[in-house]
Write a protein that binds this ligand. Structure first.
Ligand code: URA
Length: 192
């Protein structure tokens, strides 16, 4: 199976997933969108109301903000892959629970293994906790971190670039918006 078919079959699995109770409240699951051969993958938190309606990631207000950031980094939305830690919307957009993150873990893990991106852009503290098991986003944002881990019988090394969540930029342009822009400018200059 090529990368595109593998991602498609993962998406089918995600749409049928009942591994945690969030499936009961979903209109549509949100597997993720973009290029199966992307060099850059962006990982957010969880679908919101608009994402749940459309079945695509970052299509609401935070998505518009993210689109602007992608433009700053000179990145085409169709050429990256965008997804979330959690594939179904938590009620009232609350933070995903630990058990939900654990139940959803295999999907993101498999998507990353299939795409095998050169860089994973970590959007916000929930993705930071899930991907790097770190809490202090203020200390890590704007930085690239490399992590080696054992997967599928071999060691893999992954590169992560950390920034704040687009919603933070919307909520507080002075505190977070400028920092996110700076981070995406940095991303633009990275050789991948
Ligand atoms: N926030 C996220 O973290 N992901 C989305 O897809 C939309 C909003």
């Amino acid at each position: 199976m090529d990368k595109k078919d593998s991602l498609f079959s993962l998406a089918e699995g995600i749409r049928k997933c009942v591994a945690c109770p969030l499936w009961k409240g979903r209109t549509l699951a949100v597997p993720g969108d973009g290029d199966a051969k992307a060099k850059i993958m962006l990982v957010g938190e969880a679908p919101g109301a608009e994402e749940d309606r459309q079945g695509s990631p970052f299509v609401g207000r935070a998505g518009k903000f993210l689109d602007k950031m992608l433009a700053i980094a000179d990145l085409d939305r169709e050429k990256v892959f965008i997804t979330n830690v959690i594939k179904c919307r938590p009620p009232e957009n609350r933070d995903p629970k630990k058990e939900e993150v654990t139940a959803c873990k295999k999907w993101l893990e498999k998507q990353i293994a299939v795409i095998d991106p050169k860089l994973i852009v970590v959007l916000g503290r929930i993705a930071l906790k899930r991907l790097l098991d770190k809490d202090k986003i203020g200390e890590l944002r704007g930085k690239t971190v490399e992590k080696k881990y054992f997967s599928d019988g071999k060691f893999v090394s992954r590169k992560y670039f950390i920034t704040y969540h687009p919603s933070a930029g919307l909520r507080s342009p002075e505190k977070f918006g400028g920092a996110i822009k700076k981070d995406f400018l940095k991303l633009k200059k990275m050789k991948l």
